[in-house]
Design a protein around this ligand. Structure first.
Ligand SMILES: NC(=O)c1ccc[n+]([C@@H]2O[C@H](COP(=O)([O-])OP(=O)(O)OC[C@H]3O[C@@H](n4cnc5c(N)ncnc54)[C@H](OP(=O)(O)O)[C@@H]3O)[C@@H](O)[C@H]2O)c1
Length: 321
């Protein structure tokens, strides 16, 4: 058995890189409720508009890849949380993924070691693997994990590997709902049978809090999965039902799906890329033999999705007395 991490009841300051995004915002509200003081590192203050009014959140705005900025920003932190991540890069060769996932983690680790910050929580992804990962995304996430595993004993770390994450501001259900609206419910779907264990963003945040408060083993990696395994097609159908949208799915053969990806990655905003397609080649489900779990994660997509996807009923014409 591995040693338990010493309980950190109320760290004075938790620094969060990538805290302005979907997971970051949910995690920040959990951390605030637990009474922690937070410092969020961001490339632009305009990315943190929702965080600015929060009294216990301090913003550190600058070049997050600069060693000097990182040292200044995490100085005095008891814990650093790294949520930096991208699903698509600007180019096509993997350099963008390596920069955001590997180079950023390397720079962060150097700063952590220099300043003797004792604890790192790192967000990775299921199937991350530096050598065998199916996509640039998964290989770069795996390479970042390798850097962390190679650090000396002075740094206590926990790595999280979630399946796909859902919640009110996700890019999963909201993206599919948008596509279904645009196509009047007729959706050509790549890798329709790919399997996921969607996990609610609140359950992800709860796992981070659990690890932070001593509920995780030292220097270990935890997979995070929701309570049910769903195919991509089922996720789209649940989304359609929650949003009251029609849904006719055309399951694309892999050769056509790959062609679709190679065309869609040329469109503005890269709605789907060959790298995304490659990530879908491996089911994103937890591995039962691993044994390490935090949780339990109980929230089901079909139960929660209507909360943010269901059409809002129109306001009454006259105020109800
Ligand atoms: N959402 C999911 O389903 C899911 C599933 C598995 C793993 N994950 C991982 O969980 C983490 C959080 O995901 P999320 O859904 O919250 O992502 P998100 O909403 O896109 O937020 C990602 C954050 O990373 C920072 N960032 C983005 N591009 C960057 C770049 N090129 N260089 C440096 N920083 C950059 C952004 O911060 P600023 O713009 O403020 O600098 C942003 O707040 C990521 O590591 C992701 O890979 C997510």
């Amino acid at each position: 058995m591995s040693a338990a991490i010493p309980t950190i009841e109320r760290p004075r300051t938790i620094c969060i890189a990538g805290g302005t995004g979907f997971v970051g915002q949910a995690l920040i509200s959990h951390l605030m409720r637990a009474g922690h003081a937070l410092r969020v590192l961001t490339r632009a203050s305009s990315h943190a508009i929702d965080l600015r009014p929060l009294p216990s959140v301090e913003l550190a705005v600058g070049d997050v890849y600069s060693a000097e900025f990182l040292r200044r920003s995490i100085d005095g932190c008891d814990v650093v949380i790294n949520l930096v991540g991208i699903l698509n890069e600007r180019g096509f060769g993997g350099a963008g993924f390596r920069r955001a996932h590997v180079e950023f983690t390397a720079a962060l680790l150097r700063a952590l070691v220099q300043l003797r910050v004792p604890r790192l929580l790192q967000m990775s992804a299921l199937n991350a693997d530096a050598e065998r990962g199916a996509s640039h995304y998964l290989r770069s996430k795996g390479a970042a994990e390798q850097l962390i595993r190679a650090t000396g004993p002075a740094l206590d770390w926990t790595i999280f590997r979630p399946s796909v994450i859902f919640g009110p501001a996700d890019s999963l259900t909201n993206r599919f709902a948008q596509l279904l609206r645009l196509t009047a419910g007729r959706l050509p779907l790549a890798r329709a049978a790919a399997r996921f264990a969607p996990i609610y963003v609140g359950d992800v945040a709860a796992a981070f809090i659990q690890a932070l408060h001593g509920g995780a083993s030292s220097r270990k990696c935890y997979e995070l999965c929701g309570p049910e395994v769903l195919t991509l097609e089922q996720i789209v159908r649940i989304t359609a039902s929650a949003a009251h949208l029609p849904c006719h799915i055309y399951r694309l053969p892999d050769a056509v799906a790959r062609l679709q990806a190679s065309i869609m990655q040329l469109l503005p905003g890269k709605p789907f890329s060959v790298d995304n397609y490659r990530s879908l080649l491996t089911d994103s489900v937890c591995h039962d033999d691993d044994g390490l779990r935090l949780g339990p994660a109980r929230a089901r997509l079909s139960v929660l999705a209507p909360l943010w996807l269901a059409p809002k009923s129109p306001a009454p014409a006259h105020p109800v007395p």
